[in-house]
Design a binder for this molecule. Sequence first.
Ligand SMILES: Cc1ncc(COP(=O)(O)O)c(C=O)c1O
Length: 434
Amino acid sequence: MTSNRFDTLRIHGGYDPNKNQYAASVPIYQNAAFALGTARRGEKIAAGTLSEAYSYSRVANPTVDVFEKRINLLSHGVGTVAVSSGMAAISDTIFNVAEGGGRIIVPKDIYGASLDEFDTFFPKFGIKADFVDDINNLAEVESKIKTDTKAIYAESVSNPTTSIADIEGLAKIAHQAEIPLIIDNTFCTPYLLNPFDFGADIVVYSSTKGINGHGNVISGLIVDGGQFDWNTAKFPQFQENEFTLKSEQFSENYSFANVFGKQAFIQRIRLKYLRLLGSVLDPFAAYLELLGLETISERLDKEVSTSLKIAKYLSQNPHVKKVYYSGLPESPQYKLAKKYLPKGIGSVLSFDLDGTFDQVRKLLDSVKVFLYLPNIGDSRSLIVNPLQITHREVPKDQRAANNLTNQLLRLSIGLEDSDDLIADLDQAIKKAFA
Ligand SMILES: Cc1ncc(COP(=O)(O)O)c(C=O)c1O
């Protein structure tokens, strides 16, 4: 591969047809296991020290490997692991960082299942969340750092109100405290934003969304920027000798930090979390991801342009109380949008209907082009009422602060004709208020 440009890498990155019977598109290696060759080769594969060598598809598979390598090249990371869902990416990452207990600083306005996991589920494993109302209130974030704080976590563009995180400011605070910054970059995809450019350490994705772009796979990704030093007392899991890494070369100090250096985090994800918790992506799913990824730039350019048109239309509709789309020039976050997301903030926007809950239901029952379903980043345009469906886990006393009302509707804009989408919303709003 001679080019490092995004649009070439998304088509060719991480794959060599010459090593695959000259197959132009990536073959699906539908194998549970691979012959190890010689005994010595088998030992090296088992220790994770031989690249592009496979033994068992729970740990690595050639088709999944191309998807991982391609995302890694697009992200400028030191390693990427694909997993079976976005939630698996978040779970594996938080456990790998805070294994054995600790605290994570988290904003409250994030995806409902993520919030539920931080609020009620991680604590059962000794990992507690210190929530902040506004992740960009850097003084508040800093005030939450305690001796056992293990990371700061945020969504680059939040679900569903598209708040943009000040990644650079957060990275500075995290690094002063010698903890990593973890960014869920699902809404942006690597095409619109590379959080590593602004100091993030680990990036997670639900690649179910814009990376795939066609709503036909559940999948997730963990990408390691390789800049964070895990070899400190706060993260002993990286310094412990790890039995599976013992080899001729590493017979004394066979810890993840010593064996893998800059790749310690991502290799530990693969060799502990994929191998033991087993949330692995299957080869056919990886193939569909690769197919979707080939058109990511064109899809997102069109979706961003249509989203902006729809946000403007909604801003002028008398039945709409408020539009949440940080890409609108009148948004209080427009400055952050320009800094972090010059190509656009993405294809998701939300709005508050100036009506009753019954009128919201009528609107949902009246759309004809928009599909009423809980997903985003599809080629089809989607609509959902977050408080009833995707964010129902948000505690009642938190909803107002997150702008989650019974009248809030979230849109994910697809590839249809923008005039048809506006006409569809217009007729559905008219019906709701008839
Ligand atoms: C921002 C964000 N992160 C993570 C997830 C979870 O992803 P998945 O559904 O692939 O598990 C979602 C799902 O909607 C999401 O919107």
